[in-house]
Design a protein around this ligand. Structure first.
Ligand code: MRU
Length: 350
């Protein structure tokens, strides 16, 4: 895609080892860690060391390969039974991003197609499948970047939420891909990044990766977005997605829905960017998307220091759903979908 931009590979498989960039340590430390077991992979996904819907799917695919590699049976039926068990275990790490289930299902399906092969051959095939999932994601991000660019223009200022960049994918990102591409083509593009309470993916990750590629980025607190929009500074909002339902309702990081309401109120286009692996036609409406609720400490403590009274009641959903009526367009690697979203999304798979 680019020659001048800093490349980030948050999940890589090198010398028969799964290595991730531990995103919980960014931006203070760029620390790569090796995941040797399926339990390591589960833990890394659960604790957001690897995060962002596509990156979670890629890590899970490699995690399932690692588990498959260590299965000590040459019997096909027994191998598949154990593989399914491992897949269900990995699937329990986080509920909302559909890429996790998509990647695991794809790995399982690959094994099921190989009844005529030996178990050792299937293990090799599964590693190739995990590589394919990773490589296809990179290609999808590049295509999303190209499609997203059609909706932007030189000189624009864009607002984004959470992190849907290279860290969250194989490379380049989804919502951030058009911005990298714009930068690479010499456009003057400015980005406002919401800090994204409570885990600060915007402050810690989005500003880190954009600034190291020389993209002009300004950090704001989530509650400043309305004011910034009112000033007339923002030309478009672009965010990623964790699951797009068949009708276009979209789950993304908590706070996305609020931004969409604000964008509507200020007459600013609101774009969702994501690969087709994040579109879940089996989930009909946003209400059917399972929303992860995380530990209260994420809200009651900041940087190891308590910031709320002991024993206070806490509600901590990690995602919200933006109704499709608030979405201007969904940018995918196969094209840009606008209303009616149900028809457009279905058309991507035909
Ligand atoms: O909880 P996280 O950090 O995994 O949430 C990530 C997001 O909400 C992203 O916007 C989404 O996964 C898209 S990443 C290309």
């Amino acid at each position: 895609m680019t020659s001048t931009l800093e490349k980030i590979q948050s999940v890589k498989y090198e010398h028969d080892k799964l290595i991730i960039l531990d995103q919980t340590k960014l931006p203070m430390e760029t620390f790569y860690t090796k995941l040797d077991t399926i339990e390591d992979v589960w833990d890394a996904i659960f604790h957001l060391k690897v995060r962002g819907a596509p990156a979670i799917g890629i890590a899970a695919a490699y995690g399932l390969y690692i588990a498959a590699r260590d299965i000590e049976s040459d019997n096909y039926e027994e191998f598949c039974m154990k593989l399914k068990k491992h897949s269900s275990y990995l699937a329990s790490s986080r509920p909302t991003a559909v890429n996790l289930f998509w990647a695991l299902n794809r790995m399982e399906a690959r094994a099921m197609e190989c009844r005529d092969k030996s178990v050792s051959e299937i293990k090799v095939i599964l590693l190739t499948e995990a590589h394919n999932i990773r490589n296809e994601d990179e290609a999808m991000c590049i295509a999303i970047g190209e499609n997203g660019l059609k909706l932007l223009a030189n000189g624009m200022t864009v607002l984004t939420h959470c992190n849907a960049g290279g860290l969250a994918t194989a490379q380049y990102g989804t919502a951030l891909a058009p911005l990298y591409l714009a930068k690479d083509r010499g456009w003057d593009i400015k980005v406002y990044a919401d800090e994204t309470r409570p885990l600060l993916q915007g402050a810690r990750l989005t500003t880190w990766e954009l600034s190291r590629s020389g993209v002009d980025v300004t950090l704001i607190c989530d509650n400043m977005a309305a004011m910034v929009m009112k000033k007339g500074i923002i030309d478009a909002v672009i965010v990623g997605c964790d699951r797009v339902a068949a009708n276009g309702d979209t789950a993304n990081k908590i706070g996305t829905y609020g931004l969409a309401v604000l964008a509507k109120a200020h007459n600013i286009p609101f774009y969702i960017a994501g690969p087709t692996s994040t579109i879940d036609l089996k989930t009909l409406r946003g209400e059917d998307i399972p929303i992860e609720e995380r530990h209260e400490d994420e809200i009651t403590c900041a940087f190891g220091k308590r910031t709320a009274p002991e024993g206070i009641k806490v509600y901590n959903p990690a995602f919200d759903v933006t109704p499709h009526q608030l979405i201007t367009a969904i940018i995918t690697e196969k094209g840009i979908v606008t209303a009616p979203f149900d028809e457009g999304l279905k058309g991507l798979f035909e």
